[in-house]
Ligand binder design. Structure first.
Ligand code: SAM
Length: 452
């Protein structure tokens, strides 16, 4: 891998940069790591080496074909490079009490940081997972459905739109679009596309994104800023820019020396954390947290009549574990939300488009309720719903939308489960069944099930 001299020029004198070691690390393959879903923990990878800064992160010895693992499709874990998992340590350090928070993950697709944040929040908190690029927002939505949390909602807005939600969020995470030098080992295209001009463009865009979303952070709220770029123009310089534009307080966190993470200070004394692949078992990454120390306008309270629909609760309530939920119709979807979150719909809708609100329940038909796919994947699904325990081959057949080869079943809607985790629905007619896996979730890969 031939690395650009121009990046080396920018990194000269940066704390922790060791050119020969950096070059040598780029001759090695990136490590594979995954993060277990804490609410779908079925005891996978328990003997594996742990990611030291993330309670649910583990390294895998080699990269398997994840598509062939039904547990992956069930949302039991998320494949994420290890440096990014430092977000858990950062959030736990600056926010030990994470109750009833409103959190925005502004640049969220495909969902690595959002799935991590969701696992740290209590059920009264709300995570708004946003992605401006439409095709990527669909992938984000699918990944968040698979992860299975009712209090993670998905929006597809430009950062500017959030600026109207003044003082609404307790935490905003900006995992900014960047020049991507930290990912060269995983994506050689990012190396071909790298240029000084692009670093400059990214730096300007990062400032624009932050300026747009800044009004939405409340006073004393926390901003987490991250990139996968080594360039100081996208890292320390952005922290300095924030410190010059706004009243902020840097939030340094404790790290262990053996982790190999480099703690840096920007010229204005803002703390940040840089990950070099020759020092950590992970990819290039930069992250920092700071607190807003200036007034933020408050949103005007909204008045509304609850949309809770008891009839929907009667028809669909059996699908879920809890009965203290609200059952509402949001646009064309019937969904369940936590009682404390109805106000949020009204507040958010003033500024942004909600792609996914709460848990989609499905829809009423003549004589039955047609359950949404999302219910089968939800951690809030009623565990005593009728189901089928599929082995790996049957589960993969289901995920390919093929005949699972199981006959003689009770009639009705059944959740297909793998190791106790829901994968989706089938409707059994006794001697045969219809596969209700949404077409766009189908595994397209050819699988020779004879060797499974
Ligand atoms: N947080 C994600 C994760 O952990 O999986 C990765 C996010 S990636 C580094 C940056 C994201 O910003 C991309 O999904 C990209 O589509 C989005 N993006 C691109 N341009 C943007 C803009 N102008 N404003 C906000 N987000 C943008």
């Amino acid at each position: 891998m031939v690395l650009p001299q121009k990046l080396f020029n920018d990194l000269q004198g940066i704390k922790g940069f060791n050119k020969p070691a950096f070059i040598a690390a780029h001759e090695l393959a990136a490590a594979t790591s995954v993060r277990i879903n804490p609410y779908k923990d079925i005891g996978l990878f328990t003997a594996n080496e742990k990611v030291p800064w993330c309670s649910n992160g583990v390294y895998l010895k080699e990269r398997p074909v994840f598509t062939l693992d039904p547990a992956f499709h069930a949302g039991a874990y998320y494949v994420q490079e290890a440096s990014s998992m430092f977000l858990e340590h950062l959030l736990n350090s600056v926010l030990p009490d994470k109750k009833g928070l409103r959190v925005l993950d502004l640049c969220a697709a495909p969902g690595g940081k959002s799935t991590l944040i969701a696992g740290l929040l209590d059920k009264d908190s709300l995570l708004i997972s946003n992605e401006v690029i439409r095709a990527r927002a669909s992938i984000l939505e699918e990944n968040m459905e698979r992860w299975g949390y009712m209090n993670t909602w998905v929006t597809g807005n430009d950062p500017r739109d959030f600026g109207r939600l003044t003082g609404y969020f307790d935490v905003i995470v900006v995992d900014a679009p960047c020049s991507g030098s930290g990912l060269w080992r995983k994506d050689a295209r990012a190396l071909d596309e790298w240029s000084e001009a692009n670093v400059q463009l990214c730096s300007e865009r990062q400032q624009r994104i932050l300026a747009d979303v800044w009004p939405a952070l409340k006073e004393d709220g926390i901003l987490v800023y991250a990139t996968c770029s080594y360039s100081p123009q996208e890292d320390e310089d952005i922290l300095d820019w924030l410190a010059s534009e706004y009243v902020v307080q840097s939030l340094p966190v404790e790290i262990k020396e053996e982790w190999g993470i480099v703690a840096v200070n920007s010229s204005k004394g803002m703390a940040g954390y840089r990950f070099f692949p020759d020092k950590v078992k992970g990819e290039g990454f930069f992250i920092a947290a700071l607190q807003k120390k200036e007034d933020a306008d408050e949103l005007r309270p909204v008045r509304f009549k609850t949309a809770h629909d008891k009839k929907i609760q009667q028809l669909a309530g059996h699908l879920l574990k809890d009965n203290d939920l609200l059952f509402i119709k949001d646009k064309e979807n019937y969904c369940a939300i936590r009682p404390g979150h109805e106000t949020d719909i009204h507040l958010l809708q003033q500024a942004v488009y909600l792609r996914k609100t709460g848990l989609k329940l499905g829809s009423p038909a003549a004589k039955e309720w047609l359950p949404d796919h999302e219910v089968a994947l939800s951690i809030d699904a009623n565990t005593s719903l009728p189901g089928i325990n599929a082995d790996r081959e049957q589960a993969l057949r289901y995920l390919k939308r093929e005949d699972m080869g199981i006959g003689d079943l009770e009639k009705g809607w059944l959740v297909v489960k793998y190791n106790g985790l829901g994968l989706g629905w089938v409707k059994s007619l006794g001697n045969r069944m219809n596969n209700y896996l949404p077409k766009h979730w189908r595994i397209r890969m050819d699988i020779d099930t004879s060797f499974l």
